[in-house]
Write a protein that binds this ligand. Sequence first.
Ligand code: C5P
Length: 241
Amino acid sequence: MKTEEAIKKIIFALDVKGVNEIDRWAELLSGKVGMFKVGKELFTSCGPEAVKAVQRHGGQVFLDLKYHDIPNTVAQAMVAAAGLGVQLTNLHALGGAEMMETAANAVRKEFSEAVRPKLLAVTILTSSTVETLRQVGIEHSVPDMVVRLAKLAKESGMDGVVASPLEISLIREACGPDFLIVTPGVRPSFAAVDDQKRIMSPSDAVQAGADCLVIGRPIAKAGDPADAARLIAEEIIAGAV
Ligand code: C5P
């Protein structure tokens, strides 16, 4: 795998609070990572300006807002996200087939394949356990639910899923080679584990079948963040052979 290909697989989690900080990180890491993830906290405080700030530096955006609502509302929200020119956006697969299909169809109707964002589904949040599922009336194991929801997402027109590293192989097996798998909980060999529990190295995650890795603190907290991104790209290349 070429270096540029490995860099494209790195999604930097932009877990910051203001536009000034976005400018700083986007400038520092443009060309060193493939994409910047804008999540609920940053988007709630800065709005579309957060996306535009990354784009001003030439960066691509994963808008991680995990929509879950009635089909029409999610569809319109995803069309609005696509209108911001982001490359990835997502919803909760637990919203069901009709919600996912309506959203996927609406985005495909408004935007050509060449410009539309890829649509991802969150299956079961990695913070959920079998007990969390039982509390809401779901009597299945987490892996069973993850595979079931990943297949439903695929059948409903989603391009892929966000999943924990430990679920990559199950999903790859169930959904085939073209289904996108984006995974957080990745820790390169040089970095601290932080609060992540079920972690995997970049090389193992890529070997298991991940397409993109969401990585925050191992880059943000490094003495030299650009160099940390370079080392991660090297670890990805090692996993691809
Ligand atoms: O700093 P770190 O690499 O742990 O950041 C990972 C990013 O991915 C954070 O933005 C976190 O919210 C997100 N994430 C995660 N685990 C999930 C889903 C999202 O760590 N299951």
